[in-house]
Design a binder for this molecule. Structure first.
Ligand code: ADP
Ligand code: MG
Length: 303
């Protein structure tokens, strides 16, 4: 079936995945409308990466393990990944925790890779891009605040810059759906906010649907109007992020539950993201404007 205007951007129905007799996903159902920015939260091992990898069509579900559609197209059904998955992936941007960019290529070339599905193969393999394409890639790097690093090898960029490079690539790709798997897991708070602000820009200005897994609730609270919480492979919460209660968080995270720090703005307030420009970013985040992760002095730890 071809996509329709009514189609959900992401639709997961009855998804089950078993690894060596252990259920990693248990009848997961999620429907994400076009233009939403949704956080996928849960402890380590709750199934976030497994779910995102299924939505990307990278792994098949159990044989009777449900269906996944992205932008109205079948990604997988009944344990079989669709033969059309590459075509669907050309409309999906991926921002994963590591291995986002090709280290030996410049940031600009990595960004241009977003055009892969739209330029002839010989041009992309020869890194032969037109001036207009390069201008578009530079404009995306500008939008995420890292244009001054365009000529730098990706391997020499900080983690946060690399993640923003992946987001610029998704902009060039004109991805309609972004799947981001813990994109800030190894970043300092300042860089984390810049990465999430860049994702929020892509969501708001380009209309991309974003599903982003986050280990920490603070960032979901600030950037994502809706959250889906996984626990032991099951959806235990799906609703407005600000309707999460301390009790629900305790259920999701157990004794490590941590209520957002006082002063953390509610999701819609992400409309004024912190400056994306990079001048003050350091590899290890000396400038930690938002460094309040589970700091008992500022945040309400629930245990
Ligand atoms: P999260 O991303 O929330 O930390 P994962 O999706 O990585 O969680 O893992 C969910 C569960 O599935 C865990 O118990 C993990 O050990 C298991 N799992 C994930 N991938 C594999 C795999 N390839 N083989 C076996 N078990 C796996
Ligand atoms: Mg994971």
């Amino acid at each position: 079936m071809s996509g329709s205007a009514e189609a959900a951007a992401i639709e997961v129905t009855g998804l089950c995945k078993t690894f060596s007799q252990r259920k990693a996903l248990d009848r997961v159902g999620i429907r994400v409308a076009p233009g939403e920015m949704v956080a996928l939260i849960g402890t380590s091992g709750s199934g976030k990466s497994t779910l995102l990898r299924h939505i990307a069509g990278l792994i098949p579900a159990d044989r009777l393990g449900g269906d996944i559609r992205v932008l109205g197209q079948n990604v997988q059904s009944g344990g079989k990944v669709s033969r059309d998955v590459r075509r669907i992936r050309s409309r999906v941007g991926f921002v994963f925790q590591q291995f986002n960019l090709v280290g030996r290529l410049t940031l600009l070339t990595n960004t241009l890779v977003g055009l892969l599905s739209r330029v002839p193969t010989w041009r992309s393999t020869a890194h032969c891009f037109t001036r207009a394409e390069k201008r578009a890639a530079m404009a995306s790097l500008e939008r995420v605040g890292i244009a001054e690093h365009a000529g730098q090898r990706a391997s020499t960029l900080s983690g946060g810059q690399q993640q923003r490079g992946a987001i610029a690539r998704a902009m060039v790709q004109r991805a309609q759906v972004i799947l981001a798997d813990e994109p800030i897991a190894s970043l300092d708070p300042e860089s984390s906010h810049r990465v999430l602000a860049a994702l929020a820009t892509l969501n708001r200005e380009d209309g991309a649907t974003v599903l982003v897994s986050l280990h920490q609730i603070d960032y979901a609270w600030r950037y994502c109007p809706r959250s889906v919480a996984l626990k032991d492979g099951r959806v235990v919460f799906d609703g407005p992020t600000h309707s999460l209660t301390p009790e629900l968080l305790r259920h999701v995270y157990g004794s490590s539950a941590c209520w957002p720090a006082e002063g953390t703005s509610a999701p819609q307030a992400a409309l004024t993201p912190p400056a994306l420009h990079d001048a003050r970013e350091t590899q290890h985040g000396a400038l930690s404007l938002f460094d309040h992760h589970c700091d008992p002095a500022r945040a309400g730890c629930l245990n």
